[in-house]
Every structure is written in structure tokens, then in C-alpha cells.
Design a protein around this ligand. Structure first.
Ligand SMILES: *[C@@H]1O[C@H](CO)[C@@H](O)[C@H](O)[C@H]1NC(C)=O
Ligand SMILES: *[C@@H]1O[C@H](CO)[C@@H](O)[C@H](O)[C@H]1NC(C)=O
Ligand SMILES: *[C@@H]1O[C@H](CO)[C@@H](O)[C@H](O)[C@H]1NC(C)=O
Ligand SMILES: *[C@@H]1O[C@H](CO)[C@@H](O)[C@H](O)[C@H]1NC(C)=O
Ligand SMILES: *[C@@H]1O[C@H](CO)[C@@H](O)[C@H](O)[C@H]1NC(C)=O
Ligand SMILES: *[C@@H]1O[C@H](CO)[C@@H](O)[C@H](O)[C@H]1NC(C)=O
Ligand SMILES: *[C@@H]1O[C@H](CO)[C@@H](O)[C@H](O)[C@H]1NC(C)=O
Ligand SMILES: *[C@@H]1O[C@H](CO)[C@@H](O)[C@H](O)[C@H]1NC(C)=O
Ligand SMILES: *[C@@H]1O[C@H](CO)[C@@H](O)[C@H](O)[C@H]1NC(C)=O
Ligand SMILES: *[C@@H]1O[C@H](CO)[C@@H](O)[C@H](O)[C@H]1NC(C)=O
Ligand SMILES: *[C@@H]1O[C@H](CO)[C@@H](O)[C@H](O)[C@H]1NC(C)=O
Ligand SMILES: *[C@@H]1O[C@H](CO)[C@@H](O)[C@H](O)[C@H]1NC(C)=O
Ligand SMILES: [Cu+2]
Length: 566
């Protein structure tokens, strides 16, 4: 029998272990993630790569809305690592958010870090991934958040639920690829194939046996939880002969949207319903890139939708027809059709009274190298920037420096606007002096409860490209988007303030703009960056510091005792 004092003691131990962080209304769940180097083979190529618990893709975390997930991350590999819980807001607790040198120093080999994943209003599909170097290529998995016990989905209950993780495979070591392109100043090598649930699919060599098969029964409905974990591409995904109905994105419900394809950004998740309503057979579900340049992985990845029943499967399943690789219209059209569910149970709360207006340009850039020795266009170095600032990460993290008042790590002058206006989507050639960015390690400081409108403006530098922008610590409403230069008198009149989608990653269209709104009610230090890995490596990121509010529950929580040190 346990005595009362024993129980109190156990409670006390529990609180100490969780560093004072409590679940908002659910349970505490426990996972152990051990990072190791493990051997994997795809496309007839063997290599060792970083994985969690030896699995690729990594383990799926299951939780319910409002739970606290306690993950002990043990680094048994030979490489520094950090892990990010993508799309989890972590209210008042940036300490477990994960981006290297933004909210923490790396977990070094032989050490461990107890991360607390503080769920609040997220419900649906999110994911987790490494947030240091290029390790997320093999270190990622799904994070599935079910409704609280006793509650149901706001749509027909699916017969089965299936995570579909889009990834990519490089025959070579990604660490080497990263070091090479950063040294050369040029583009990185592209992936050798895309993957569905870790498999390239049977159209690639040595891959027939291991293709992912989704077995379905006629007439039943399936919930597919799609995650784009690809490093450098927005992806089209399509199932031959079937329509799908989107019901959620980034762990927020949407109005049902029926389409015969989806476009999904790296970082984004899309939940969709698939009804097995076609003649029993085998059908391909496939994915390939949306890309506007020439240097990209143009292969497709496949899985097979396999109906139950007595029939002779076709020698070759039907293959879906995709929009052209470079169809910005197909990518943008799909994204602009997303709407919040905006029901009584899942209302929207779009900020109407904007206190802080920010205008951020997103640019590819060039910087000359000594003796024209770089491998980028014009023999210069490729870089990227937000408001003309190319982010230089410090060697200790922003969060520690902020919390501990350490001077000299960062400056607080990240600009609200670009240095000067220009024709953002004009015909700029590669030699324009405008293309040369400045270095910076600066943050933009927001007051607690500020209501922020942020307009991302893509520029046409180096041809221009879309950017999937991801904000940590928040979801935001996507209130508008368009092509060309944002116009302050015309464009806000067309904002959707009624049922805009609530997201944490949004693809800003190529040579266009996207406007988002959020309320800065989560104090802490939060990274915002392009989710194309090469762009963030080139400096396309910035940091927000959201100040504490006056109330006790409006302040950042203290750090856990086991924060990794630099
Ligand atoms: C997780 O661990 C905590 C203590 O560390 C414990 O209180 C809790 O019951 C565990 N949760 C589950 C679901 O086992
Ligand atoms: C890869 O490793 C497996 C298992 O060790 C081995 O059977 C296979 O021959 C290897 N393939 C190549 C291409 O080296
Ligand atoms: C898919 O949706 C389109 C447009 O709503 C419709 O015309 C088409 O028949 C549907 N196809 C299937 C297979 O349900
Ligand atoms: C899919 O990709 C494979 C591998 O690159 C290629 O051989 C095949 O032609 C492609 N199939 C289609 C239908 O695009
Ligand atoms: C995009 O939407 C517009 C307007 O609805 C339509 O005219 C166009 O055909 C669509 N393009 C594609 C590629 O879907
Ligand atoms: C809008 O915000 C400002 C600044 O916080 C405040 O003074 C004003 O009362 C607010 N207006 C409304 C309508 O909420
Ligand atoms: C910006 O440049 C584009 C492309 O040359 C041009 O079509 C547009 O008119 C210019 N806009 C302004 C405001 O000058
Ligand atoms: C970026 O900053 C550099 C250095 O101050 C300047 O030369 C360049 O014109 C700026 N470019 C833009 C687009 O603001
Ligand atoms: C920017 O920072 C990089 C890396 O620290 C350095 O190599 C480069 O010289 C800096 N460039 C400028 C213009 O300050
Ligand atoms: C922040 O906003 C919430 C409501 O959204 C309000 O309850 C709270 O009092 C506000 N706090 C401050 C300091 O403005
Ligand atoms: C912005 O829109 C307004 C209203 O439609 C228009 O009068 C103005 O010329 C536009 N400005 C630019 C720079 O295009
Ligand atoms: C790993 O991180 C530690 C702490 O920041 C640092 O001292 C060390 O140099 C890093 N090692 C590598 C290989 O980057
Ligand atoms: Cu980008």
C-alpha cells in the first residue's frame, strides 16, 4: 500500500521530472528517441544515416489534444543533433522547440535532453524533425494528435487512418552534400528519388518489393495524413482515378475541399479523406515536384492503392496525370482554395485590430567571390535573405542569450520593412547591386499580445522562386495572396477575414506575396524561416522575440535543468 506521503513524494518527483510543465488538459505520454547511425538501402545503394530508434521514417508519436508528450532524446550517434516538434506552439515553453542556435545548443554525442512537447489547441497531423544541419533528411516522423477522448472528428469517421510521409533519398551522405554546396557557393546536388513512407516505389531500381501498399475495402473511407518532409521541394500528390477531400492542414480543420490533386509545401501537413469508390483494382498514388528552375529532382515516387477482392490486378496500375512541373498556377490555385472550418465548435479568431504591420521581402541573392571562384550564377555565391538580411546564426543560442541577458550575441534591429522600396518583381539582372545582401544576427521584438499583420513579398532576384515560410511558436491566418508587388491600397480590401486557413507553413507564390495575421500571445524566442533546406542554409530566416506580458501566465516558463550547453 502507498502511504499519502509516498504519493505526495511521487507527485513531487513527477513535477520535478517535467520541469514544472503541465499538460494543458490531457495526459502525460512518454517516448524515448535514440539517435544512432543505422544502415539503409534504397535505389541499390547502401549507406549509413542518422535515424531515431533505427527506423526510417522515424517513430510516430500519438497523442490527444492538450496532452504533454515527454520525449527523452538520447544521442548515441557521432553527430550533434536537435529535434523540432513542427507546428506545436509550445505555449510559454520555447525551451523544447529545437532549432539549433535559436532556442538551444545541440545535443552532443553521448548526452541526452528531456524534451516536453506542450500540446494546446493543435488537433490533426503534425510532425517532428531534426533542426540542425541537414539531418532532417533522415530524422523525421509523424506526430498525430487525436481529439480528446470522447470527442469525434468534424467529418465522417474514417474506417482507417494512414500516415503518408513524403521524403527524399540521396545516394550520398547529406552532410557531405551540405558541406560541399556551402563551400562551393552553388546549388546543392538534388535528391536521387522522392519517397512515400520511406520507399521510392516500384518505378525505381531495387524498389519493387518494398513499395508502400495501402490496402482498401470498397465503399470505405480512409483518412490520409500527408506530411511533406522533403528537403527542397513543394510536391504535387495525386491518386489515379480518385478524388480526395481535404479536411485539415497543419493540425487545424478546414472546410471540405474536393480535388483530384494536392500541392503541399515542405513543413506542411494535409489531412484528406479518400473514399474507395472505384472498380476494385490497383491504382498508383504518386508524388512529384513542383519546381520552376531546371536543377531539380524530376522523378516521381509511387505507392499502390490496392482494393480487396477477387480480381486480376493490372500488369501496371493506372498512373495519375500531374500538372506540369512548373505550374505555379496549379500549386497556388490549390493552396488559395483552403478555408478554415469556422464552425461553432471550431471558430476562427482572426485578428482585426492590427497593431504591428510588417513587410518582409524574401530574396535569393548573390555575393561576389574572390577571383570569380564560386559555383553560383555569374561565378558568385548564392545566398538568401529576409528584408535584405542574410541570417548568421550565433554560436550560442538566441534564447539563452535573451533569458540570461547575455550581450553581444544578437542585435534587436531586424527591420519591419525592407531598407528601401523598389520594384520587387521587376526585371533585375544578376549584376544589379540590389542583389547583394547584408549579414545580420538580429531579432524583431514584439510586445506581448501585439496583433501582427505580416506581408511576405517575394522578389524576382535570380529569377525568383516560391518560399514555404514557417513560423515557430504560432499558427497564423493566411488572409491573402497574389502575384506581383503587394499594393497597400488595393490588396487589403480583398483579404479574407471570415474563414482564412490557420497554418504554420505557407508557400509564398513565386514573384508574389502572401499576407498573414497572428496575435503575439506566446512569449519566447521563435524562429521564422523558409522550409526549403537550401534556402535556410543560405540565410533565409529571422528570429522574433515576443516579450513577456504582465500576468503570471503571460511569461515564459523557466528552462529545464538539462538544457544542452554550448
Ligand atoms: C509518463 O511518465 C510520467 C512520469 O515521468 C508518469 O507520471 C506518466 O503516468 C507516464 N505516462 C504514461 C502514459 O505512462
Ligand atoms: C546492401 O546491404 C545488404 C545487407 O547487408 C546486402 O545484402 C546488399 O548486397 C548490399 N547492397 C549493396 C548494393 O551493396
Ligand atoms: C472528381 O471531381 C470532379 C469535379 O468535382 C468530378 O467531375 C469527377 O467526376 C470526380 N471524379 C471521381 C472519380 O469521383
Ligand atoms: C516515374 O519516374 C520513373 C523514375 O524516374 C520514370 O522512369 C518513369 O518514366 C516515371 N513515370 C511516369 C509515368 O512519369
Ligand atoms: C487556376 O484557377 C484559375 C481561376 O480559377 C483558372 O482559370 C485556372 O485554369 C486554374 N489553373 C490551374 C492550372 O489549375
Ligand atoms: C486596437 O488596439 C489599440 C492598441 O492596442 C487599442 O488602443 C484600441 O482600443 C484597439 N481597438 C479595438 C477596436 O479593439
Ligand atoms: C515592375 O517590373 C515589372 C516587370 O518588368 C513591370 O511589369 C511592372 O510594371 C513594374 N512595376 C512598377 C510599379 O514599376
Ligand atoms: C542590401 O544591402 C546592401 C548593403 O547595404 C545594399 O548594397 C543593397 O542595395 C541592399 N539591397 C536591397 C534590395 O535592399
Ligand atoms: C558575411 O558572413 C560570412 C560568414 O560569416 C562571411 O564569410 C562574409 O565575409 C560576411 N560578408 C559580409 C559582406 O559581411
Ligand atoms: C492578452 O489578450 C488576452 C485575450 O486575447 C487578454 O485576456 C489578456 O488580458 C491580454 N493581456 C495583455 C497584457 O494585454
Ligand atoms: C495600387 O492600387 C491602387 C488602387 O487600385 C492604384 O490606384 C495604384 O495605382 C496602385 N499602385 C501601384 C503602384 O500599382
Ligand atoms: C557540437 O556542439 C558542441 C556544442 O555547441 C560544439 O562545441 C561542437 O563543436 C559541435 N561539434 C560538431 C562536430 O559540430
Ligand atoms: Cu525559400
Amino acid at each position: 500500500m502507498l502511504s499519502t506521503s509516498m504519493l505526495l513524494f511521487l507527485c513531487f518527483i513527477g513535477i520535478v521530472l517535467l520541469g514544472g510543465v503541465k499538460p494543458s488538459h490531457g495526459l502525460v505520454r512518454n517516448y524515448t528517441f535514440e539517435l544512432t547511425n543505422s544502415a539503409h538501402s534504397r535505389l541499390c545503394t547502401n549507406k549509413t544515416m542518422l535515424t531515431i530508434n533505427g527506423q526510417f521514417p522515424g517513430p510516430t508519436i500519438y497523442a490527444r489534444r492538450g496532452d504533454l508528450v515527454n520525449v527523452v532524446v538520447i544521442n548515441s550517434a557521432d553527430h550533434n543533433i536537435t529535434i523540432h516538434w513542427h507546428g506545436v506552439k509550445m505555449p510559454r515553453y520555447p525551451w523544447s522547440d529545437g532549432p539549433e542556435f535559436v532556442t538551444q545548443c545541440p545535443i552532443s554525442p553521448g548526452t541526452r535532453f528531456n524534451q516536453r512537447i506542450v500540446l494546446s489547441d493543435e488537433e490533426g497531423t503534425l510532425w517532428w524533425h531534426a533542426h540542425s544541419d541537414w539531418s532532417r533528411n533522415s530524422v523525421y516522423g509523424a506526430l498525430i494528435i487525436l481529439p480528446p477522448r470522447g470527442e469525434s472528428y468534424p467529418f465522417r469517421k474514417p474506417y482507417h487512418e494512414v500516415p503518408i510521409l513524403l521524403g527524399d533519398w540521396f545516394n550520398r551522405d547529406v552532410q557531405e552534400i551540405m558541406e560541399e554546396f556551402l563551400a562551393s557557393g552553388g546549388d546543392p546536388e538534388v535528391s536521387d528519388s522522392f519517397l512515400i513512407n520511406g520507399q521510392p516505389g516500384d518505378l525505381h531500381p531495387c524498389s519493387k518489393q518494398d513499395i508502400f501498399r495501402l490496402k482498401v475495402e470498397s465503399g470505405k473511407t480512409y483518412l490520409l495524413r500527408i506530411v511533406n518532409a522533403v528537403m527542397n521541394n513543394i510536391m504535387f500528390f495525386k491518386i489515379a482515378n480518385h478524388n480526395v477531400t481535404v479536411v485539415g492542414t497543419d493540425a487545424a480543420y478546414t472546410k471540405p475541399l474536393t480535388s483530384d490533386y494536392i500541392a503541399i509545401s515542405p513543413g506542411q501537413t494535409i489531412d484528406l479523406l479518400l473514399v474507395a469508390n472505384q472498380p476494385p483494382s490497383h491504382y498508383y498514388m504518386a508524388s512529384r515536384a513542383y519546381a520552376t528552375g531546371t536543377n531539380f529532382d524530376s522523378t516521381n515516387t509511387t505507392a499502390i492503392l490496392e482494393y480487396a477482392g477477387n480480381y486480376t490486378p493490372p500488369a501496371s496500375p493506372a498512373f495519375p496525370s500531374f500538372p506540369p512541373f512548373d505550374s505555379t498556377a496549379a500549386s497556388h490555385n490549390f493552396t488559395t482554395q483552403l478555408r478554415s472550418l469556422a464552425s461553432q465548435k471550431y471558430p476562427v479568431d482572426v485578428p482585426k485590430n492590427v497593431t504591428d504591420t510588417l513587410f518582409f521581402t524574401l530574396s535569393m541573392n548573390l555575393r561576389p567571390c574572390a577571383n570569380d571562384s564560386c559555383a553560383g550564377p555569374n561565378s558568385e555565391r548564392l545566398l538568401a535573405s529576409v528584408n535584405n538580411v542574410t541570417l548568421q546564426l550565433p554560436r550560442t543560442d538566441f534564447l539563452q542569450a535573451y533569458y540570461g541577458n547575455i550581450n553581444g550575441v544578437y542585435t534587436t534591429d531586424f527591420p519591419d520593412n525592407p531598407p528601401f522600396p523598389f520594384n520587387y518583381t521587376g526585371d533585375w539582372n544578376l549584376t544589379s547591386p540590389l542583389l547583394r545582401p547584408q549579414n545580420g544576427t538580429s531579432v524583431n521584438v514584439l510586445d506581448f499580445n501585439a496583433t501582427v499583420e505580416l506581408v511576405f513579398q517575394g522578389t524576382s532576384f535570380v529569377g525568383g522562386i516560391g518560399h514555404p515560410m514557417h513560423l515557430h511558436g504560432y499558427s497564423f491566418y493566411v488572409v491573402g495572396s497574389g502575384f506581383g508587388n503587394f499594393n497597400w491600397t488595393r490588396d487589403p480590401l480583398n483579404y479574407n477575414l471570415v474563414d482564412p486557413p490557420l497554418m504554420e507553413t505557407i508557400a509564398v507564390p513565386r514573384n508574389g506575396w502572401t499576407a498573414i495575421r497572428f496575435k503575439a500571445n506566446n512569449p519566447g524566442v521563435w524562429f521564422m524561416h523558409c522550409h526549403f533546406e537550401r534556402h535556410v542554409s543560405w540565410g533565409m530566416g529571422m528570429v522574433f522575440i515576443v516579450k513577456d506580458g504582465p500576468g503570471l501566465d503571460e511569461k515564459m516558463l523557466p528552462p529545464p535543468p538539462d538544457m544542452p550547453l554550448c
